[in-house]
Design a protein around this ligand. Sequence first.
Ligand SMILES: [Zn+2]
Length: 144
Amino acid sequence: MNRSDPSTEPSTDLSRDPSVTVAPLRTPLGRQMWAMLRLRCPVCREGPLFRSLLSMHRNCPRCGVPFEREHGYYLNSMFIAYVLGFLVIVPSAVLLAMRNVSVALFAAIIIAETIIVWPLIFRYARSLWVHVDQLLDPRARPDK
Ligand SMILES: [Zn+2]
């Protein structure tokens, strides 16, 4: 029988490996930001926020917390999306204007860029909003 000694096996837990720097992820804010970037539930940080590209789960599939706290809850994420869109589109528009491209090419590039980045902006604006809201007004896991 092949019995392995746990002290000689390489550890798969990166948080215990001193050569791996994960210190920012150990803080509550770091864990919340990591969950936000991975589009995870703001409460349990495990369940996915989205079931498809543009469709969110009503409740967390892992802990069951409802993502939409009240009617119109995602209105603030629209403001976040507006700012994110501005930060993405304006540098491209300025660069294209500096290169003196034609109006048709300018419009085509900006429209294409908007269509490509819009789903990302939508998802991250909602994720950022639900995580900021969780930090400002924390909720406990309903399953605990
Ligand atoms: Zn959850």
